[in-house]
Design a protein around this ligand. Sequence first.
Ligand code: HEM
Ligand code: HEM
Length: 136
Amino acid sequence: MSRLGKMPHWQKWFVIVGMSSCSLSGVAYLIGRHLEIHRPILGSHLILALHGVGAILATLALGSALPFHLKAGLQSKHKRISGISQLSFLGLLIITGALLYYGSEDLREIAINLHWSIGLLFFSMFILHTIKASNK
Ligand code: HEM
Ligand code: HEM
């Protein structure tokens, strides 16, 4: 069976650690800051800072997947829907993340809501894509 798209071991773990640290810290901050559950801990600056570092790692990990994994994955004809969707979600997360920093104040509320909604969709798709990949 074709294993086109399979990543080298180091890259697989780099992508999993990068995407998970970014997503889990983002979910934690969402729960703490916006749902007000355990706010002093989950909604703290430390968690937001961890999210920022996670986002840097995730972007680096995405960059490492661009030159080979995408092309080989598309050629293998497997996991196209989850692969292309998570790639699009990541693009939107980078754009809305940039808006959170540099966008106008009027846009901030919309950018926050878009950002975390897309973030939840992305993380679900990533889990599906990666777990299903390990069984095949
Ligand atoms: C065009 C979009 C994409 C396609 C068609 C695609 C396709 C695939 C395929 C076919 C596999 C299974 C490889 C195998 O086990 O034989 C796979 C695994 C995987 N993909 Fe993607 N992928 C895409 C985008 C992405 C993106 C953007 C990421 C990063 C966020 C990603 C992360 C992973 C990871 C971590 C695995 C598991 C690695 C492994 O088992 O070797 N993929 N993908
Ligand atoms: C590569 C993907 C991602 C990037 C580049 C990214 C980037 C960013 C940036 C730059 C900020 C602003 C930080 C600040 O104000 O200091 C932010 C905030 C945030 N992100 Fe992400 N993020 C990503 C993924 C996610 C995911 C998967 C979630 C999961 C829900 C998420 C949830 C949040 C939340 C809740 C905030 C705080 C919004 C606020 O109330 O100010 N992010 N993100």
